[in-house]
Write a protein that binds this ligand. Structure first.
Ligand code: ADP
Ligand code: GN1
Ligand code: MG
Length: 369
């Protein structure tokens, strides 16, 4: 057994899972945590779990993060039971360790957790049916609505300044200046594209400081593959990846979904001619999201939805480029220049949104209530 297999097995055995472990393989396409599908067996019956090694470089306060996850999942579980839903499939469920903790620290100091595996449901990297995207908009809108009653002061800020675009811009400028990998010369076009949009980056924060944009409990990572769609009903079933739940802006939760799901190409598509903003997808998501929010958004929040989409896309492109310049230390990569490809799709999408701005605003107006 190599070191990582040993660590995985030590971690898996620390949790109160049923039966004997029969396999534990890498799973999913997240960029941050290490995720494994854990299968066990007892009396001929098979049980499935998700085992995750949490990313300690990204999340510095694992205890606070797990308190958020425990708080939010138990809150959601109560709500789902009250409305006669299925609490094992409609929210994440943590499996405790054998000593009753919500996470485990292995002998080398790494942190692990286990969730019940949600069967018969899929996380998509690309919208296959517009109806799925409508469903996901509705679910993220509803999720925001539901968490409106959650005591926000109990939440730990798992990553401070997570969607503070001006702070992300400063980090980007620093990476350009240091250029530790000697990669800046080949990405001058991208650097310029980002710099040209600096003025737009502080708008959400300045509206907030004028009391015009409310801070809400938000998910902060609302991309399509963080929502599970029920294979049988086609409805959004469960919102996952709760690591970044903290106070934030509704327009950014909306925007991150558009960035990922209304793109006609995958996030890391090398052929930029395939990248564009699908207006029909933008429209179905807007409709679903606003329905899900049930009239809770203010007029300014609704008017700012296109801006939220553009800013999340620009910020994400900037973060991918920062990571490329710093030597791919944050996002998991699986090929040469992977982060650069990702950056380029995001910037191409920003460019296309700028061309379609009037249409985006028109669509939002149509669904404003
Ligand atoms: P990351 O932060 O790295 O994106 P996620 O928590 O989103 O990690 O998990 C990565 C992938 O693992 C998801 O996209 C999904 O495919 C799968 N996954 C996570 N939790 C579950 C679960 N409870 N049941 C089924 N699949 C899951
Ligand atoms: C990361 O964890 P994952 O893969 O769902 C990142 C998001 C980015 C996204 C880009 C904690 O999301 O902020 O938008 O990659 N999560 C964190 O795909 O940094
Ligand atoms: Mg994820």
């Amino acid at each position: 057994m190599n070191n990582s297999t040993e660590r995985k097995s030590e971690a898996a055995n620390a949790f109160a899972i049923k039966g004997k472990i029969t396999s534990c393989e890498s799973y999913g396409s997240g960029h941050i945590n290490h995720t494994f599908l854990l299968i066990s067996e007892e009396d001929g019956q098979e049980f499935s779990y998700i085992l995750q090694q949490m990313n300690q470089d990204v999340f510095k306060n694992i205890e606070g993060l797990m308190k958020n996850v425990e708080g939010v999942t138990s809150f959601l579980r109560r709500r789902i039971i009250e409305s006669h839903g299925d609490p094992d499939r409609e929210t994440l469920n943590l499996i405790p360790t054998k000593t009753g903790q919500s996470y485990y620290q292995d002998t080398q100091g790494h942190f692990w957790r286990v969730y019940l595996f949600i069967p018969r449901a899929t996380c998509y990297n690309l919208v296959e049916k517009p109806e799925d995207f409508y469903q996901s908009g509705k679910a993220f809108g509803r999720f925001q609505c539901l968490l409106a009653d959650f005591p926000a002061n109990e939440l730990t800020e798992t990553i401070p300044d997570f969607h503070n675009t001006p702070v992300r811009f400063s980090a980007f400028l620093k990476a350009v200046e240091k250029d530790v990998m000697g990669r800046a010369a080949q990405v001058q076009k991208e650097i310029l594209f980002i710099k040209e949009r600096e003025k737009e980056m502080g708008l959400a924060l300045s509206l907030q400081s004028q009391g015009r944009l409310p801070l809400r409990v938000s998910h902060n990572d609302t991309k399509l593959n963080n929502i599970m769609i029920d294979d049988a009903t086609g409805q959004a079933l469960c919102i996952i990846d709760l690591d970044t739940i903290m106070p934030g802006f509704s327009i950014f939760d909306f925007g991150d979904s558009i960035r990922f799901g209304a793109n006609t190409a995958e996030e890391d598509e090398p052929d930029l001619s395939k990248v564009s903003l699908s207006l029909p997808l933008f429209e179905v998501y807007t409709k679903g999201f606003l329905e899900g929010c049930q009239g809770r958004l203010t007029k300014t929040e609704m008017e700012m939805l296109p801006y939220g989409a553009k800013m999340m896309t620009l910020e994400c492109g900037m973060r991918f480029l920062t990571d490329y310049l710093e030597g791919d230390v944050y996002f998991h990569v699986s090929r040469e220049a992977h982060n650069l490809d990702r950056c380029r799709t995001q910037l191409a999408l920003v460019h296309d949104m700028e061309k379609k701005w009037a249409d985006m605003e028109e669509i939002v107006k149509k669904y404003m209530v």
